[in-house]
Ligand binder design. Structure first.
Ligand code: LCS
Length: 394
C-alpha cells in the first residue's frame, strides 16, 4: 500500500506479522541456521532469499532499512553503525583513487576530517564550493569529479543549497549527488524526490530523537544500494546492531510530531533572539530574513529545530553564556528532546583549521542551539538569564 507521509514513519517496512507482535522483535542473533546444506548454498549464491549472518542482514535492521527508504522516497535503505560510517561507505563506493569530490562550503567537522583522510590515503581530492549558482558549480566540477556532497542546511551555519539546481548541473555530466539530510530529516526535506541520488543521515539526531543511539542511514536507488550492501557494507562491516535498529524504529514513529514541535519552538526562540541586544546575528532557515529564504520555501516544509547565532563578544563571552545555562545542556549532537547548545569553533568544527573555518562562516562568537521539546518559554527563560551575564563585567 502507498501510505501517506506520516503513516510511513509508523508502518513503513513492516512486512512480517511476527506472531502479531505490535513492536518489531529484536533479532539479537549473529547468525541464522539453514535447514539444509543445499539451502545454505542457495542463500549464499543469491538463488534463495533468507538470512545468513547479521553483518549481511538482520530482520530487525531490515525493517528499519525499509522504513528509511519509504520515508525518503528511495527504492532501498541501508543502516550503518554511525552517520560517519554511512558517509564513508557511500564515498568509498562512489570514488576511486585520484577522483575529486565537490563539497558544500561547510560540512560537519568529521566529514571534513574524512575528506582529508581520503586525500592523504588515496589522493581523492575535494574542493569546497558555495553552490549558489549554476555557473559556480559548473566552474568547479572537474573531469575527475565523482560526486557532489551536499549538506543542507549546513552544520552549523544553516546555509541552504538549492538541491534541484545542484542536481540539474551535476546530472548534465552524469555526476551523482549525495545529500546529508541530517538537519532536516525526511519529514522536512526529501532530496530524492527532487532529483538527488543518495541521501545519508546521522540517525543519531532527529531520526532517533532521544539521544540514546549512534547510527547512520542511507537511502537511494536499487542498483546503487545493492552494490553498497554487497561490497562496502558487507566487507567493511560498519553495520548497525539490532537493538539500535529497534530503538530507531521506535524513535522514528514520532518523527513528524517531534519535528512539528521542534520547528514551532525554534520559531519562537528565533523571534526572541533577533531582538535581543546581545545577539548580533541569527541563522535559521525559516526566518524571513534568511538569505536563501526562497530556496527554503521551495524545498523545506518547515525550518527544523537548529538555530545558530552570534553574540556580541568573543570566546570568553560565549563560554560565560554557556556556563550560565541551567536547563539547556552544553553538549554536541542535536535533535534530541533536550535542548542542547555547543560552540562549533572549539567543539564540532574545532579540527578544521581556523582560516578554513572562518571561510565557512564559523567564528568564535557563533553558538549552535538544538531546540528541544521543552516548553519554549522555559528554553527562552534560560537563554535570557544566561545572556544577561554579558551585562555584568565579572
Ligand atoms: N552529518 C551531520 C550533518 C552531522 O551533524 C553529523 C554529526 C554526522 C553527519 C555524523 O554522524 P554520527 O557519526 O555522529 O552519527 N554531528 C554532530 C554534531 O553536530 N555534534 O555531534 C555530532
Amino acid at each position: 500500500m502507498n501510505y501517506r507521509s506520516d503513516t510511513k514513519y509508523i508502518h513503513g517496512g513492516q512486512q512480517d506479522s511476527y506472531h502479531g507482535s505490535l513492536s518489531v522483535p529484536i533479532f539479537q542473533t549473529s547468525t541464522f541456521s539453514f535447514p539444509s546444506g543445499e539451502e545454505g548454498e542457495k542463500r549464499f549464491a543469491g538463488e534463495k532469499e533468507g538470512y545468513i549472518y547479521s553483518r549481511l542482514s538482520n530482520p530487525t535492521v531490515r525493517v528499519l532499512e525499509e522504513r528509511i527508504a519509504a520515508a525518503e522516497a528511495g527504492e532501498r535503505g541501508l543502516a550503518f553503525a554511525s552517520g560517519m560510517a554511512a558517509i564513508s561507505a557511500v564515498l568509498m563506493r562512489l570514488t576511486k583513487a585520484g577522483d575529486h569530490i565537490l563539497c558544500t562550503n561547510g560540512v560537519y567537522g568529521c566529514t571534513y576530517g574524512l575528506l582529508q583522510l581520503l586525500e592523504e590515503k588515496y589522493q581523492i581530492t575535494s574542493s569546497f564550493c558555495e553552490m549558489k549558482t549554476e555557473d559556480q558549480l559548473r566552474q568547479m566540477i572537474q573531469p575527475n569529479t565523482s560526486c557532489l556532497f551536499i549538506e543542507t542546511p549546513i552544520n552549523p551555519t544553516m546555509t541552504v543549497i538549492d538541491l534541484r539546481m545542484a542536481a540539474k548541473v551535476a546530472h548534465e555530466q552524469n555526476i551523482p549527488v549525495v545529500v546529508d539530510n541530517t538537519f532536516s530529516s525526511p519529514y522536512l526535506q526529501q532530496p530524492l524526490a527532487i532529483g538527488c541520488d543518495i541521501v545519508v543521515h546521522s540517525a543519531t539526531k532527529y531520526l532517533c530523537g532521544h539521544g540514546d543511539v549512534v547510527g547512520g542511514l542511507v537511502a537511494g536507488k536499487e542498483d546503487f544500494m545493492i552494490n553498497l550492501a554487497l561490497t562496502v557494507q558487507k566487507d567493511v562491516g560498519g553495520i548497525m546492531a539490532p537493538f539500535d535498529a529497534w530503538l530507531l524504529l521506535r524513535g522514528m514513529k514520532t518523527l513528524p510530531v517531534r519535528m512539528d514541535r521542534h520547528s514551532k519552538n525554534a520559531h519562537k526562540i528565533v523571534e526572541k533572539l533577533k531582538v535581543h541586544p546581545a545577539v548580533k546575528e541569527v541563522y535559521y532557515p525559516a526566518d524571513k530574513d534568511h538569505p536563501e529564504r526562497a530556496i527554503v520555501e521551495k524545498q523545506m516544509s518547515q525550518g527544523g529545530g537548529i538555530i545558530s547565532f552570534k553574540i556580541e563578544g568573543e570566546k570568553t563571552a560565549v563560554m560565560r553564556v554557556m556556563n550560565q545555562l541551567k536547563l539547556i545542556q552544553i553538549a554536541v549532537s542535536l535533535g534530541d528532546a533536550e535542548s542542547l547548545i555547543q560552540h562549533p569553533a572549539t567543539m564540532t568544527h574545532s579540527l578544521i583549521p581556523k582560516e578554513e573555518r572562518e571561510k565557512m562562516g564559523i567564528d568564535d562568537s557563533l553558538l549552535r542551539l538544538s531546540v528541544g521539546l521543552e516548553d519554549w518559554e522555559d528554553i527562552w527563560q534560560d537563554l535570557q538569564q544566561a545572556l544577561q551575564i554579558l551585562d555584568s563585567k565579572s
